[in-house]
Design a binder for this molecule. Structure first.
Ligand code: EPU
Length: 340
């Protein structure tokens, strides 16, 4: 495994901010990583795994090893009349996998079109959009235990998927690197068209094709969300807060326009974008750090903002939402270099 020193991470985070890794390495074979871990016992304490860097904000240089799993490949492991189980390497671009599934006529991931990032980050973050979450179709996850160098295979149930959460962000945080994921795709797709702009597709006199669902999702995302290749960003900066139903009802009484979404029993999901928008942040800009003009949940880098500037802006946003609504927003983006 070739290890580089003092390596710029600008290309490795979609905010496009500058930070340096003390060490940086990519690996595409398990043996390379296992050998490295044997030669550097204790190194696991200082490893940060980076896929496409689409959910990261570097607020300082990273003093340890930034590790990128580069495994490629999409192969059908088995199939029956109902499903196809496809293994995708952690280094594959997520949207290439969605395109592959849709072209094959296999359902389950079409609503997750155009989400930036690599396959390896998909189970960690349990990415979701338009009423679907990746965890619903993840059959198993393979990866390397950074402490022992062993290969592990976890079933979907063992991943403890929740809203933008999994065992990889909890008990296994900092200890596990995903190398490939098996998705269980549906040969007789059950479309999920109940969310937002997809509802209009459900009004067709025939069921839309997977390709039509994908095209609609892509069009909606392009309209609302900035392309990281053009304007640095990491999608939703905060999670949508989940609160007790009673509290949600009380808030709805005060702010009847407030959107509410279903959540786990006895709870409701609020819209962080709406809360931030109500505090007047949409389109705000200080220097090159800002809030997207079409979506208040998306923080942006207009060019030369530092990670620190974006982080400080995010803290101001949190304070104002706390002051107005009494809600503590939780970051979805992982801020690296800060302990709070
Ligand atoms: N809204 C506003 N003002 C804004 C932004 C949104 O009032 O500035 C309102 C919208 O009008 C809508 C509601 O807030 O009523 C929700 O907005 P939207 O449909 O855009 O979805 P979201 O809840 O903000 C979530 C995910 C997105 C995902 C979309 C679509 C989270 C944290 N974010 O956003 O995921 O694409 O739903 O399913 O759950 C991501 O995780 O990076 C991401 C982009």
């Amino acid at each position: 495994m070739m290890v580089r020193e003092h390596y710029s991470l600008r290309e490795w985070n979609t905010f496009g901010t500058e930070a340096k890794a003390r060490w940086f390495a990519e690996f595409s074979r398990h043996s390379e990583l296992a050998g490295f871990l044997r030669e550097h016992p204790g190194m696991y304490r200082q490893i940060l795994v980076v896929g496409g860097g689409s959910n990261l904000l570097f607020t300082a240089d990273y003093p340890g090893l930034v590790l990128h799993p580069a495994m490629k490949g999409m192969t059908v492991e088995r199939e029956d009349g109902e499903h196809a189980w496809v293994r995708a390497g952690a280094g594959e671009v997520w949207d290439d996998f969605v395109s592959y599934a849709v072209n094959a006529g296999w359902g389950g991931v079409e609503n997750l079109s155009l989400i930036p990032g690599c396959v390896g980050a998909v189970p960690v973050q349990n990415i979701g959009a338009y009423g679907r979450e990746a965890g619903e179709v993840i059959d198993s996850v393979r990866g390397v235990d950074l402490v022992t160098g062993e290969i592990w295979e976890l079933s979907g149930a063992e991943c403890w998927f929740g809203y933008r959460s999994s065992i990889f962000k909890q008990e296994l945080a900092g200890r596990f690197v995903v190398t490939s994921v098996v998705f269980r795709l549906d040969k007789h797709p059950r479309l999920q068209l109940t969310y937002g702009e997809l509802v209009s597709l459900a009004g067709y006199d025939r069921l839309p094709s997977l390709a039509e669902v994908r095209e609609t999702v892509i069009a909606v995302r392009r309209k609302k969300l900035p392309d990281p290749a053009v304007l640095g960003n990491a999608g939703s900066f905060f999670k949508n807060p989940v609160v007790e139903e009673e509290w949600a009802a009380r808030m709805k009484g005060l702010w009847p326009q407030m959107p509410l979404y279903p959540a786990v029993e006895g709870h409701a999901k609020l819209s962080a974008g709406w809360l931030i928008d109500q505090c007047g942040w949409k389109g705000f800009r200080r220097g090159d750090a800002g809030v997207h003009e079409h979506h208040a949940l998306v923080l942006v880098n207009h060019g030369h903002a530092t990670g620190r500037e974006i982080f400080d802006l995010s803290q101001e946003i949190r304070f104002s939402v706390k002051e107005k609504f009494g809600i503590d927003l939780e970051r979805e983006v992982q801020a690296v270099g800060r302990m709070d």
